[in-house]
Design a binder for this molecule. Structure first.
Ligand code: PAF
Length: 281
């Protein structure tokens, strides 16, 4: 595996490999089994694999955890090598954003709910970096985890709406044995919070089961919220049920419903979700 830090080096490698199918996995590093699943799927489906590790300042708000976001490039290099990545792109912020163009990408309505509500500008920052990375890597397919369901919905919609020549591949959430969704931010949980954190998933399961029986969204949300309040010390940011990937209030026509929650613990804000195929219920 080759690790490159500059855009020029990356462009050169992409140029040399342009006849191949390129699988791309953008990440912010501190790789875990969730990323590994993305890398493995990409390895199965493409000739050439590019992954990036970049903690993107543009997607963090002023009071968020940019400075203390966990980093471990040695570990990431090892994991990426073992997963068969061909090129690991690890740029600095100066390399990615050498000047301020003054031109911004605004997500609009899709970013007004769920995580976007408490993280204004976050998804604009995600699309800023994704646009640059897609132009540089020119991937055939790009891989994203369903754990970040709103991010995935926004990227899929963006790529469709603006004709990016890339196929977005959804990869299911990877969980710890007790059900907690794998996340780089799990390291910030205290021992007690770690034990409680599994109740996000349990609450989502309870809500989906409730909805399947009664088709009553309000009842499902109330049960899910109550479960989190009773079983954790966390503060609920949101617990919501929306259509997917359109993120609208639940309607009869929706094929998929997103049951999603975000909970603040002392040093980490965790998110999780379950997608329900309504036709299968
Ligand atoms: O999901 C992430 O890790 C980030 O939001 C992404 C897609 C790598 C963009 O910085």
């Amino acid at each position: 595996m080759q690790t490159v830090q500059t855009i020029n080096e990356l462009k050169h490698i992409i140029g040399v490999n342009k006849e191949k199918t390129i699988g791309f996995i953008p990440t912010m590093g501190y790789l875990h089994e969730g990323h590994q699943a993305l890398l493995n799927k990409a390895r199965e489906e493409n000739d050439f694999i590019v992954a990036s590790v970049f903690v993107n300042p543009a997607q963090f708000g002023p009071n968020e955890d940019l400075d203390r976001y966990p980093r471990n490039i040695e570990h990431d290099t090892k994991l990426a090598t073992e997963a068969g990545v061909d090129v690991l792109f690890v740029p600095t912020p100066e390399e990615m954003y050498p000047f301020e163009s003054g031109i911004t990408i605004q997500v609009g309505e899709l970013s007004t709910k769920l995580c976007g509500e408490s993280r204004p500008g976050h998804f604009d920052g995600v699309l800023k970096v994704i646009t640059k990375l897609f132009h540089l890597v020119q991937p055939t397919k790009a891989y994203f985890g369903q754990k970040d369901a709103q991010q995935l919905a926004i990227i899929e919609t963006f790529v469709n709406a603006y004709n990016f020549p890339v196929q977005i591949v959804r990869v299911p959430t990877v969980r710890e044995t007790d059900g907690l969704a794998k996340s780089s931010r799990n390291v910030f949980l205290s021992e007690q919070e770690r034990a409680q954190a599994v109740h996000l998933f349990k609450a989502l399961q309870l809500a989906t089961e409730t909805w399947k029986k009664s088709k009553n969204v309000d009842e499902a949300i109330a049960k899910g919220k109550a479960h989190i309040v009773e079983n954790t010390s966390g503060k609920i940011d949101y617990f919501a049920v929306l259509t997917y990937p359109t993120l609208q209030p639940v309607s009869e026509q929706a094929d998929q419903l997103l049951f999603a929650t975000a909970v603040f613990f002392e040093k980490a804000r965790l998110i999780d979700n379950i997608l329900v195929e309504t036709k299968e219920v």
